[in-house]
Design a protein around this ligand. Structure first.
Ligand SMILES: NC(=O)c1ccc[n+]([C@@H]2O[C@H](COP(=O)([O-])OP(=O)(O)OC[C@H]3O[C@@H](n4cnc5c(N)ncnc54)[C@H](O)[C@@H]3O)[C@@H](O)[C@H]2O)c1
Length: 348
């Protein structure tokens, strides 16, 4: 089926990564419909995307909760879709430990509802937001490969693992499906204009949103969990990816589907999205201090349960098969993040 007269449905498209992807899809000429229940976002990014993409018309948006199958159904009755990019999920790892049922219900039931409606309307192309948390363990000094063992230590990660399996099982059960499972490493950064970025409603879980909030003075200091890891400075090393690069990978994934999908067979393709290079917590704090031109206070705290020394990916498969390679480095991540937070600060 051609994409010429059909739309790409973006679930969770007003969220952090979704909004950057919507912008790039539009810039690449795709027609987009965004749905979100706004549980962790607002419609504000749609205005920003409209401005950044120089659009005259509004972006098509419907407030839809994936848990309400009738709402999802009504969207598929209204528009003809070529495929879906599925971001909508709850993502706070810590909260998932205390409220596992909320996470299993929202993420898994939401995905099942979506797939059921896709199947009923013969829409069989899906790009799915997965995560590095699906890997069982990383081996020091070696980037994780898509074929490495899987296994998660928290309910959030398990929802990702289950959703990957559900998509794979559906694709195995019928011909014509293409699923692209994208395993993100550590997304950060913001739009280079500073006009769009992540705006967490609660105290952030992830390092860089936390560091940024300390940088703008909203939080007092960064807590560095663990200084005795087997890394060059003792703090944990992770693989960071600029959200603009990450969004581009979704466009490439949809283009890959256009090139390879077939009515005769199904396929599920899995790719790591990261740079393959790791930075330690202290290096990230230092890079952000450089971007904001002042020191960022931090304290060393004990290790957190479940954290490991180093998590980096081997990005070779995404480069080979999607033509994806990160273009934006640590300086760009921090400079853009700082621009975004500075603008936010002056807006409040
Ligand atoms: N940000 C990260 O560090 C990271 C890392 C790996 C994977 N991911 C995954 O990427 C995806 C996007 O993450 P993000 O950082 O943009 O998060 P986000 O919270 O900014 O975006 C997710 C969006 O989904 C919406 N949503 C949640 N449940 C919904 C439901 N039942 N129906 C409709 N909409 C719903 C939220 O309102 C939100 O706008 C998520 O699936 C997340 O698990 C994120």
């Amino acid at each position: 089926m051609s994409t010429e007269h059909s739309y790409i449905l973006v679930t969770g498209g007003t969220g952090f990564i979704g909004s950057f992807t919507v912008l790039q899809l539009i810039e690449r000429g795709f027609k987009v419909v965004v749905i979100d229940n706004l549980v962790n976002s607002s419609t504000e990014p749609l205005q920003r995307i409209k401005k950044l993409a120089n659009l005259k018309e509004d972006i098509i948006f419907h407030k839809v909760d994936l848990l309400k199958v009738s709402e999802v159904e009504s969207i598929f009755e209204k528009y003809k879709f070529y495929g879906v990019i599925h971001f909508a999920a709850l993502k706070a790892v810590g909260e998932s430990v205390y409220k596992p049922l909320k996470y299993y219900e929202n993420n898994i039931s939401g995905t099942i509802n979506l797939l059921k409606v896709m199947e009923a309307h013969a829409v069989k192309n899906i790009v799915f937001s997965s995560s590095a948390t699906v890997y069982k363990q990383s081996v020091e000094g070696k980037g994780l490969l898509e074929s490495d063992d899987l296994g998660c230590v928290n309910p959030y990660g398990r929802t990702k693992l289950f959703m990957e399996s559900i998509i794979t099982d559906v694709a195995d059960s019928q011909v014509g499906w293409t699923g692209v499972l994208l395993r993100y490493f550590n997304p950060t950064g913001a739009h280079p204009t500073g006009e769009m970025g992540e705006d967490p409603l609660q105290i952030p879980n992830n390092l860089m949103p936390y560091v940024s909030q300390v940088a703008v003075g909203k939080l007092e200091k960064v807590h560095v969990f663990g200084s005795d890891y087997n890394t060059h400075d003792g703090t944990g090393v992770r693989d960071y990816i600029h959200v603009v690069d990450l969004a581009r990978a979704h466009v490439l994934a949809m283009e890959k589907i256009q090139k390879t999908a077939s009515d005769e067979k199904s396929q599920v393709l899995t790719y790591n999205l990261g740079s393959g290079t790791g930075y330690s917590v202290l290096e990230m704090i230092k890079a952000m201090s450089k971007a904001c031109k002042h020191d960022i206070p931090y304290v060393m705290d004990p290790r957190r349960k479940g954290d490991v020394d180093t998590v980096i990916c081997n990005p070779a498969l995404a480069e080979k098969e999607l033509g994806f390679k990160v273009e934006l480095d640590l300086t760009a991540m921090c400079t853009d993040l700082w621009k975004w937070h500075k603008i936010q600060k002056w807006n409040v």
